[in-house]
Design a protein around this ligand. Structure first.
Ligand SMILES: [Zn+2]
Length: 145
């Protein structure tokens, strides 16, 4: 097998993509995949393009900045216990990243009073918060104010 071929297979390995994504977060870098055909951003990174169906995407990075379009407080059934254990105030919401993709995310630092304040101003700007969960680092957001 040629070196070029091996590189290609490594490149297409989904495990590898997931690993690069998580390693990136630990270093404060948000990796995504960009479609070589239509330019759509796949985030979380995904091998093929969900927008046009093209099979090739390439690495790109995202600023993590975007707009919080809507949010909800979690209830008993969907609470994030690992956050509640840490005493964090948070909501779950839809964040539209500046580079295009919209994701469901955790936004830290929003209590009931803050929620009332921002609910009339949506979308509000958010920025990334690389949060060390102990065994891994994950991506949350916080208000950019
Ligand atoms: Zn595409």
């Amino acid at each position: 097998m040629s070196t070029e071929r091996m590189k290609t297979e490594e490149f297409w390995n989904p495990e590898h993509i997931v690993e690069i994504f998580w390693k990136g977060l630990a270093e404060g870098v948000i990796y995504a995949r960009k479609c070589k055909e239509c330019g759509a951003i796949e985030f979380p990174p995904h091998l093929a393009c969900n927008t046009c169906g093209y099979h090739e995407t390439e690495w790109t990075t995202l600023s993590g900045k975007g707009g919080l379009k809507s949010f909800v407080f979690t209830g008993v059934m969907n609470a994030r216990l690992e956050l509640e254990d840490r005493g964090l105030k948070y909501v779950c919401g839809e964040v539209e990243l500046d580079e295009g993709p919209a994701i469901n995310a955790v936004i830290l630092g929003i209590n009931k009073r803050k929620a009332r304040e921002i609910s009339e101003k949506l979308p509000v700007r958010v920025e990334p918060c690389f949060y060390d969960m102990g065994r891994y680092t994950t991506l949350f957001f916080e208000l950019d104010e």
